[in-house]
Ligand binder design. Sequence first.
Ligand code: KIV
Ligand code: NA
Length: 278
Amino acid sequence: RKPIAIPDLFELKRAGRKIVMVTAYDYPSALAAEAADVDMVLVGDSGAMTVLGHPSTVEVTVEEMLVLTRATRRGVNHAMLVADLPFGSYEVSDEQAIATAVRFVKEARVDAVKLERGDPDSVSRARAIVAAGVPVVGHVGLTPQSATALGGYRAQGRSAESAVRITDGLLALQDAGCFCIVLEAVPNALTAEIMPLTTVPIIGIGAGPATDGQVLVFHDLLGIREGKGAKFVRRYADLLDAMADGVAAYARETRAVSFPAPEHAYGIDEAELVRFRE
Ligand code: KIV
Ligand code: NA
């Protein structure tokens, strides 16, 4: 099967068929995403928290994101692979943004990069990266890299001023050449107002059902985490509990010496044992 390309996403938008995006950060999560036949896989900087255990996304480095992205790439053949540019790797200048984006293409073979901010500087970065030949996904609304400035992890666009800011940011990113934009944590009614203005696929998270598709964090939707997470998450499994149960069963049986059992044993010829003892 041919890998998903940008025109396929526009065709899904045109046809009104929802686009499915999920995050992944390593080879097994990539295999799960591919087996589920998603359209887009995002190596989010959320990996700072979900797999590296940091308290926020700002700690993760380019080198760490490249390790996660290369591992994910090895498991993704059909879905479009996108990676977040981490905090600090694109803010200084358009030149810095291009250099970082090019590293993700050359060293991890991503199909596109995502910028985590929707402010005017990011619009310039998006335009520069696109001009350098790397497709860019935008991100507006709740952008966790700037959570501190936004007043924490909370819904955005709930005042007229904030709604205007988000709409202007989204339209500016669209004009700058982003082929897709993530819209995070905004009222459903605002999404419904924005959607008719969009010409590129809009992927929502906590933005209601009107977007062209949805994205969720792998560890949130599968319950590979402590706590229950954001209001907009639906949990489809409780894998952290399942993993802990599995390790606990192994620990119990090891201590009871009911593991290993005869079926786990390698054999050796008696004659070899005799020779060994000599
Ligand atoms: O880092 C991430 O996981 C994201 C998605 C929630 C869109 O940016
Ligand atoms: Na992100």
